[in-house]
Design a protein around this ligand. Sequence first.
Ligand code: R5P
Length: 301
Amino acid sequence: MKIFALPGNSMLAHGIVRQLEAEPGYFTVRRFPDGESYVRLHCDVEGQQAVIVSTLFQPDDKILPLYYLTKLLKDSGAQSVTLVAPYLAYMRQDKVFNPGEAVTSDYFAVLLSSFVDRLITIDPHLHRHGSMSELYTIPCKVIHAAPLLSDWIRQNVVSPVIVGPDSESEQWVSEVAQKAGAPFLVLEKVRRGGHDVDVSIPVVEPYASHTPVLVDDIISTAHTMIETVKHLRATGMAPPVCIGVHPVFAGNAFYDLITAGAAEVISCNTIQHPSNRIDVAGILATTISECYQTIIRHDKE
Ligand code: R5P
């Protein structure tokens, strides 16, 4: 097996290579002066399994280099190409909200499914879909970061109460809370637009002496967390710790969240960001290894 890291993924890929004792794959990807992509392979992949690590944050810049590398690996004899995309893009526009809109989650799934053989991702934004197979036609393995969040909370927060921003988050917020041995609250959120979010004022009296820990799958504009932080601060609770699995942090979102009164903002390294404290390399390595054990078993049968 060879592990290839698209630009911006080398730290995470290095962690995976180390844990799997796999070989890194060597290649060049760069831009021509006219903006087109140049891709060149510098290693042998004949008969091997290739894994490409490419988080799909800001996907439009990444999708063509990813496509070219995948095609090149297959043309060079790789048996299969697995995409490890810790953050999977285009999962939020999953219905027509306004007439005439493209349901890009469907289109993107068709595109990716047409050239990679397998997808491994972490907590994809599956709010209106029950499973990845409703969108993707290739085998997909979904990893949940909840146990990692719980471990971090247990080790770092005294007397936490876990707070989820909306009813959709209840299932995994309750899992994080249960594994962290903490109580939880789930709020009601109304989103009126990309930057306009309102969150219900939580009933916090029973948890007045606890440290609120806000958890969400994605922090993008951070408006969801900022509204929640403001409400919690107004009740006199301790400054909240904010945890996001995927630190998208559009524009000034990170700074805005800190200045809104968060005690600390932390994230998983599904997207490289200064807030990264929870390393996902271990669970990715374990999942890659399990997938390949399955492939090897099938090949032998
Ligand atoms: C929404 O359903 C998600 O779980 C997050 O709450 C949302 O993506 C956060 O977005 P923002 O940071 O822009 O408020």
